[in-house]
Every structure is written in C-alpha cells, then in structure tokens.
Write a protein that binds this ligand. Structure first.
Ligand SMILES: C[S@@+](CC[C@H](N)C(=O)[O-])C[C@H]1O[C@@H](n2cnc3c(N)ncnc32)[C@H](O)[C@@H]1O
Length: 223
C-alpha cells in the first residue's frame, strides 16, 4: 500500500529529475515551486548581495530559471544591463514574465541558450552568477574559462550550491564548495573565497575574480 510519504518521495524525485531541464507542464510547476520556495528566494537574494553588484554593472546569470535572481540583479544594477540565459524554454518564458517591466525598458535581456552556446553580450561583463546549475553543465572547466573570458579584468563570478540530493547535509555542502573552488582554480580564476548561508542544508557561495594580466602582456590564466 502506498503511503503519503511514498507519494511525497515520488513527487520530489520527479521534480528533481526535471531540475536540469524543466519542460512542459511539470517544468512550469517546477518553475512555480522554485519561485515561491522560501529557501530558493533567500539563497538567490543572498548570493546577489555577495556579488556586490553596482548600479552601472553589466551582469549575467547562467541557468536563470524563473528569474528570481534576475529581478534582484536588475534592482541593484538599475543603470546597468542584466543578461540571463537558460536552455529551458519554459524557464525563459517565466523569467521574462516575472521581469516584464525591466525587459520592456531594455535593462534585462533573457535568452534561451545552453551554456556551451552563449550568445554575444557585447562589452565585457562585470559579474556572473550561477546558482545550483553548474552540476548540469557539459565540461564545466571549459565553460568556466569561456565565462572568465567574458569578464573584464577584476570582474567577479559567484557559483552557488545548495545540494538538493536526498540526505544532503552540511558535509555535502562543504564538499560541493571544495569542488567549485577547484573548478574555478583550474579555469584560471583568482581570489577564491567561500561564504556559507545557514539553511538546511547550508548554501555555499564560492566567489572568484578574473585576474589582472601580468605587466608586459602575456596571460596569467592557467591553460
Ligand atoms: C536546479 S535549477 C536552478 C535554478 C536557479 N538558478 C536557482 O537555484 O535558484 C537549474 C537551472 O539551470 C538550467 N540549466 C541546466 N543546465 C543548463 C545548461 N547546460 N545551459 C543552460 N541552462 C542550464 C536549467 O534549465 C534550470 O533552469
């Protein structure tokens, strides 16, 4: 006999299986849950705060889902430009609806694109954010190098992880943070530091900077 707990587990695992690429009616439900789940809203606002976005910044979010962080980025970069990409059509639609006024005003630009086929953003970016999405990317070190090259020298990146796998604990978050820091090092970022938000499980935000090239040209980037 199926219990309420079995049903809850089945609903959760169905939603988790959608998380990498929300599609159709379930994808819409997923976006809605993401947008209203307190811990998601909290970790997105917190991460945007750590990125220290300034009013004129040009910022990109990769895997923007229903656009919660995009709204916060647009509020802070109110004289800048905010870009969001996600390979899910459903999510780009929800994020566009959620940020309709800023999209109409030409301050927010949302594109359906996978991280390995990024659109052009014109001028260099000041900051990049990716929350609970890097685990779905193909060849993450290569992707991070491409993102690094989109940043101006001194530009910031924030990679955020709140592990949602069943049984995730503080240790799971600590391991995820170490892995993110290692990927950033291999991709040639500098000044890597980790901040933690005490939710259950805790959220790690690993921040890093695109380094200044050495005087006389050449590159300080790890190949
Ligand atoms: C688990 S959700 C995280 C959403 C949100 N950033 C958050 O946690 O608050 C992962 C999102 O990343 C997107 N995504 C996953 N792999 C991607 C890829 N290769 N390129 C672009 N978007 C991707 C998914 O479509 C989904 O919207």
């Amino acid at each position: 006999m199926r219990t309420g707990t079995d049903l809850k587990q089945r609903v959760i695992s169905t939603l988790v299986s959608q998380a990498g690429h929300p599609r159709g009616a379930l994808g819409r439900l997923e976006g809605w849950l993401f947008a209203y789940r307190g811990s998601n809203r909290q970790r997105n606002r917190w991460a945007v705060g750590l990125l220290a976005v300034r009013p004129t910044d040009r910022v990109l979010e990769v895997g923007c889902e229903p656009g919660i962080a995009i709204a916060e980025l647009a509020r802070r970069a109110d004289r800048g430009q905010v870009y969001g990409i996600d390979h899910s059509e459903v999510m780009v639609r929800q994020a566009t609806r959620r940020n309709a006024a800023a999209v109409r005003a030409g301050r927010v630009h949302l594109t359906r694109a996978p991280v390995d086929q990024l659109p052009s953003f014109g001028e260099p970016l000041d900051a990049i954010l990716a929350v609970n999405t890097l685990g779905f990317w193909p060849d993450p070190v290569r992707r991070l190098r491409e993102l690094r090259d989109l940043l101006r020298t001194g530009g910031r990146i924030a990679l955020v992880s709140q592990p949602r796998c069943p049984g995730a604990t503080r240790d799971t978050t600590t391991r995820a943070a170490r892995e993110l820091a290692d990927l950033l090092t291999r991709a040639g970022f500098d000044d890597i530091r980790t901040e933690t938000l005490e939710l259950d499980p805790p959220v790690a935000c690993v921040l890093a900077v695109r380094p200044t090239p050495p005087a006389g040209g050449g590159s300080s980037i790890v190949a």
